[in-house]
Ligand binder design. Structure first.
Ligand code: PHE
Length: 515
């Protein structure tokens, strides 16, 4: 990926542009993934709820965007800078820049975080393979017979009771039938309910199956291993160059589709109209954690990719492009998933972790061409997840290669095996181990919470302090030769003061004000 020769600040030739594009795409590929397509829509929905006007989703989105602009954006540049200057894995880079100090702890923390994220991330990524398959063989059809009338009727009765509190259980179904107006209208509602329940059943049956959970998880790890074995230029860069543009295109098509649904436009107000009354520490922490997670920042993934840049490669534009691409994909994904949920009035069950898997099939049932669009959608989720898992595995493997002097093959296989051992527990936490919880969280939930909401932000604070306070201006300037002096100053101030203070405030606030 190294650009061989490049003018100081001038235009790069076509060949060099290609290599820089390769880096931007790989870094954006790391950032864009399940964080955008699965986690962001489910969190916006968690805070927004079904009430399209409550403002919770808007508040979440605004706080998330603010975290990206003020905290994560400066951090991305800082993290890539450390990798580019250190030219090694996270531990090695800190060692190279400040030899003999304990700053390499930041690198170790990052590698541990990457290890843990991959172990649960690949579980959900495995779901996307199964869902690509399910959509290909059209398993989402056939809901007319798969769900018995009684069950759909019960669901309608329960809905009636929740919108008409005080209704007697015994008459709720009858009342729902009367309220529908005509027997035909009631039958239509019954059918719609079946179409909605079917994917929920498929999803809960799927996650309850330990063999499938472990199997798909391991399959996804294998895919990741194959790409990472190819190395930086061969596997990672080439894969991303194809997958990233494809993914963006597919998502835009889907978003247009949802926005042109009846009532689809309401999603814009849902996602962007905040309401102060919904602001809470919990929401702010979740939004910040999501910003870190989604941008892959705080654990050395971007640092590692940065280490494959040439000394003269410019990193400012790339650092700005990554959050721009990432936030756009997240917002598009929420338009698709939440837009579909609210314009269809779907009732989502549970915590929403299955939203992408339960809502999407329902939406596509009623869209012309949906039979095939849904295949595209899950393929997109799979590809996006893959461009992220390769960056996670690369962090752990690059450490083994540089610091433990292993051959790439051995390093990749060993890391993947260790990660898989932990991942199996995550995969089983949806079924065999679902009863084992701590603070109401399963092993999977716990890892996700610790990594996103604690480990990544803490890594972020340390990187901000390192680059903001420990590295000298001359060192930083050497890596940012062409950066406008004013922007450089603003960046430095954000990094020195705002980023660490804001992250710390949110982390501490969470414990002090936890309700
Ligand atoms: N950013 C990735 C996503 O949104 C997840 C990830 C986190 C990847 C941290 C690498 C490092 O899916």
């Amino acid at each position: 990926m190294n650009a061989k020769e490049q003018g100081e600040c001038g235009d790069a030739s076509r060949g060099q542009f290609n290599s820089r594009l390769g880096f931007v795409l790989a870094a954006a590929g790391s950032a864009v993934g399940l964080g955008n397509l699965w986690r962001f829509p489910y969190l916006t929905y968690k805070y927004g709820g079904a009430g399209a006007d409550a403002g919770g989703a808007g508040t979440f989105v605004i706080v998330y965007l603010a975290c990206i602009a003020l905290v994560c954006l400066p951090l991305i540049l800082a993290e890539i800078l450390v990798g580019k200057r250190g030219r090694r894995n996270p531990v090695g880079s800190f060692n190279a820049i400040r030899p003999g100090t304990r700053w390499n702890i930041v690198g170790y923390l990052g590698i541990a975080t990457g290890f843990l994220i991959l172990s649960y991330y690949a579980v959900v990524a495995g779901w996307s393979i199964e869902y690509t398959y399910k959509s290909l063989v059209n398993e989402f059809a056939g809901f007319e017979t798969a769900i018995p009338d009684e069950e759909a009727g019960q669901a309608l009765a329960a809905e009636f009771i929740s919108s008409h509190p005080g209704t007697d259980d015994a008459v709720a179904l009858e009342s729902a039938r009367t309220a529908a107006g005509s027997p035909e209208a009631f039958n239509t509602r019954l059918l719609a309910k079946k179409a909605e329940l079917h994917p929920q059943h498929l999803f809960s049956q799927f996650v309850a199956n330990p063999v499938k959970q472990v199997g798909y998880f391991l399959a996804f790890m294998l895919l990741t291993v194959i790409l990472v074995l190819g190395g930086v230029a061969g596997g990672i860069e080439r894969g991303n160059k194809v997958m990233m543009p494809l993914l963006l295109l597919m998502l835009i098509v889907l978003a247009i589709r949802v926005l042109t649904l009846e009532g689809g436009g309401r999603i814009i107000g849902y996602l962007f109209k905040p309401s102060l009354s919904t602001l809470s520490w919990d929401l702010v922490l979740a939004a910040m954690g999501q910003a870190f997670f989604s941008l892959s920042v705080g654990m050395g993934a971007l640092l590692t990719y940065g280490s494959y840049l040439g000394p003269k490669d410019r990193i400012e534009t790339a650092s700005a492009a990554i959050p721009a691409i990432d936030a756009s994909v997240a917002l598009l994904a929420s338009i698709v998933v939440c837009g579909a949920i609210i314009s269809f009035g779907l009732a989502m069950s549970g915590s929403g972790t299955g939203n992408v898997f339960t809502a999407i099939p329902v939406i596509f049932q009623s869209i012309p061409g949906g039979r095939w669009l849904v295949v595209l959608f899950y393929l997109l989720v799979t590809l996006a997840a893959l461009t992220s898992t390769i960056s996670l595995l690369e962090v752990v493997a690059s450490y083994m290669i540089d610091e433990r002097k292993m051959k790439r093959t051995r390093a990749v296989l060993l890391s993947a095996a260790a990660i898989s051992a932990v991942g199996v527990i995550c995969a089983l936490s949806f079924n065999l181990l679902s009863g084992y919880t701590l603070f109401g969280m399963t092993f999977f939930d716990m890892l996700d919470y610790i990594c996103s909401n604690i480990a990544l932000p803490v890594g972020g604070i340390l990187i901000a302090i390192f680059v903001g306070w420990v590295m000298r201006h001359e060192e930083k300037r050497e890596e940012l030769v062409c950066m406008n002096p004013i922007i450089y100053r603003v960046w430095n101030v954000l990094l020195k003061f705002l980023a660490p203070a804001a992250i710390l405030a949110v982390l501490i606030g969470q414990f002090v004000f936890r309700s």
